[in-house]
Design a protein around this ligand. Structure first.
Ligand code: ADP
Ligand code: ASP
Ligand code: MG
Length: 401
C-alpha cells in the first residue's frame, strides 16, 4: 500500500512531537507500506514569519512573503527526516522545487496544476520514507508560491491523487471532524463520516480542520480523506462521496468564520453595469466576494453591500476608492468586527422550518442578524463578531444536542 500521511503544525510543534510522528510513520513502513509524509511548519511558525515580514515592511510583496513563508515547512521536513533516520529508518526530505509541484502564478493563493512523480517514486523505490513540504509550490517563473493558510491539507490530497495512494490520512490536534469546533462547543459530537459536499461547505465557512481546496480536490479525484488525531489512536472521521444518512439527521454541523468584513457602497448610481464594474474590478485582483445584498433603488441610487475576507479588506478598499468617483459612489462604509455563523446539512434541502428555527434561536439569544444567505444545504448569518461563539453554541444546542 502507498499511504500519504499529513501532520499539521501542532503535531510537529517540538522535538518530542516530531519523534512521536516519526514512530507512527515507521509503524506503517515496517508493515511493508510505502509512506509519503506531508508536513506543516512547526507550531505557530507561519504566524511568526508573517509578523517578521511585517516588522520590516508593513506591505511586503506577495512574492517575497511566499519566499519567506516556505522556509517554515522546510524546517519541519528536514527535522522529521533527521528524526526518522535517528530511529534507524532511511528517510529523505523534499521541497516543492525538488519534487516539482507546479502551481498557478498567484502568490499566496496558488493552485496546483501538476505534480511530477518521478523523484518521489524513485525515493520510495529505494526504500525511503519520503517527507514533503506542505503549503508550497513553484510557478512558471520558478518562484515559490504558497496555497493559502492551512494549505498543507491540499498538498496531501494533491499528492494522494497524483500518486494514486491507497490512503490519505490527515492528522491534527482533534479526534476528527466534529459537529462544531470542539474548542468553542464542548458538546460538539465527532462525526464518523461526512460527505465531500458537507465538508466542503463546513471548510469554506470557517471550520479550519480541513483546507477547503483539499476537499474540492478530494471530491474531484475521488480520494477518501481520513481525519484523525496524532495524539491518540481513535478512528477519526472519513470524508467521502456517500454516507449512510441517518433518518431524521438534518444538520451535519455549525461553522463560524471570523475572517470576514463588510463593505457598504452607499448611493451608487442605479443604472445597468454598475455591479459588473465593481465586482469585475475586485475579481481581477483575485478578491473573492461572498454575500451580496442590493437595496431597492431610490432617487436613481441604490446601496450595494457585500462581504470579503478581512485579510482582503484594505486591498478591496484601495480598488473601490479608485473607482468611487467614476462610478458615482457617494460613500463607502466598512465593518470588520463581524463574523459569519453557518448551519450546514444535506437534510436542510427538505427541512422547511430550519431557517425560521435558526433565526428564532438567535432572537432568543438577543443576537441581531446583519445579513442572511442560504443555499440548498446551508444557512449563513452575519452578526457582530463578539457574539460569534455564543451564536455557534446556541445554534448547535438547538439543532444538534
Ligand atoms: P493543523 O495544524 O493540524 O492543520 P488546524 O488548526 O488547521 O490544525 O485545524 C484543527 C483545528 O480546527 C482544531 O484544533 C479545531 O479547533 C478547529 N476546528 C474548527 N471547526 C472544527 C470542526 N468542525 N471539527 C474539528 N475541528 C474543528
Ligand atoms: N503552515 C501553513 C499555515 O500555517 C500551512 C498549514 O499549516 O497548513 O497556514
Ligand atoms: Mg490546518
Amino acid at each position: 500500500m502507498l499511504i500519504v500521511k499529513k501532520f499539521g503544525g501542532s503535531s510537529v510543534a517540538d522535538n518530542e512531537k516530531i519523534l512521536n510522528v516519526a514512530r507512527r510513520c515507521i509503524e506503517d513502513y515496517n508493515a511493508g507500506h510505502k509512506v509519503v509524509v506531508v508536513l506543516s511548519a512547526m507550531g505557530k511558525t507561519t504566524d511568526g514569519l508573517i509578523a517578521q515580514a511585517k516588522s520590516i515592511n508593513p506591505n511586503p510583496s506577495p512574492r517575497e512573503l511566499d519566499m519567506l513563508m516556505v522556509t517554515g515547512e522546510q524546517i519541519s521536513v528536514a527535522m522529521m527526516a533527521m528524526a526518522i533516520s535517528s530511529l534507524g529508518v532511511p528517510a529523505i526530505s523534499l521541497n516543492a522545487m525538488q519534487v516539482k509541484m507546479h502551481t498557478t502564478s498567484t502568490y499566496g493563493k496558488a493552485m496546483f496544476k501538476k505534480i511530477e512523480k518521478e523523484r518521489i517514486n524513485n525515493e520510495l523505490d529505494s526504500g525511503k520514507i519520503v517527507i514533503i513540504t506542505g503549503f508550497q509550490g513553484i510557478n512558471k517563473f520558478d518562484d515559490f508560491t504558497t496555497l493559502g493558510r492551512g494549505g498543507s491539507d491540499t498538498t496531501a490530497v494533491a499528492l494522494a491523487a497524483a500518486l494514486h495512494a491507497d490512503a490519505c490520512e490527515i492528522y491534527t490536534d482533534v479526534d476528527g471532524v466534529y459537529t462544531a469546533d470542539p474548542r468553542v462547543v464542548p458538546d460538539a459530537k465527532k462525526l464518523d463520516e461526512i460527505t465531500y459536499d458537507e465538508m466542503l461547505e463546513l471548510a469554506s465557512l470557517g471550520a479550519k480542520v480541513l483546507h477547503n481546496r483539499s476537499v474540492e480536490l478530494a471530491k474531484h479525484y475521488g480520494v477518501p480523506i481520513i481525519v484523525r488525531s496524532s495524539l491518540n489512536r481513535e478512528e477519526g472521521t472519513i470524508v467521502k462521496e456517500e454516507t449512510k444518512m441517518m433518518e431524521g439527521v438534518v444538520v451535519s454541523g455549525v461553522a463560524a468564520d471570523k475572517n470576514v468584513a463588510q463593505i457598504s457602497l452607499l448611493e451608487v448610481k442605479d443604472e445597468p453595469g454598475m455591479a459588473f464594474k465593481i465586482f469585475d474590478a475586485l475579481a481581477n485582483k483575485k478578491i473573492d466576494v461572498d454575500i451580496i445584498l442590493q437595496s431597492i433603488g431610490r432617487d436613481d441610487t441604490k446601496d450595494i453591500l457585500f462581504t470579503v475576507s478581512r485579510s482582503n479588506l484594505s486591498e478591496a478598499l484601495e480598488i473601490l476608492n479608485k473607482l468611487k468617483d467614476s462610478l458615482g459612489i457617494k460613500k463607502i462604509v466598512t465593518d470588520d468586527k463581524i463574523a459569519k455563523v453557518s448551519l450546514v446539512g444535506a437534510g436542510l434541502r427538505t427541512h422547511a422550518g430550519a431557517a425560521a428555527q435558526m433565526f428564532g434561536v438567535l432572537y432568543n439569544a438577543g443576537i441581531n442578524m446583519k445579513m442572511i444567505h442560504t443555499s440548498e444545504i446551508r444557512i449563513s448569518v452575519i452578526i457582530d463578531e463578539a457574539y460569534a461563539d455564543r451564536a455557534t453554541r446556541a445554534v448547535h444546542d438547538s439543532f444538534i444536542c
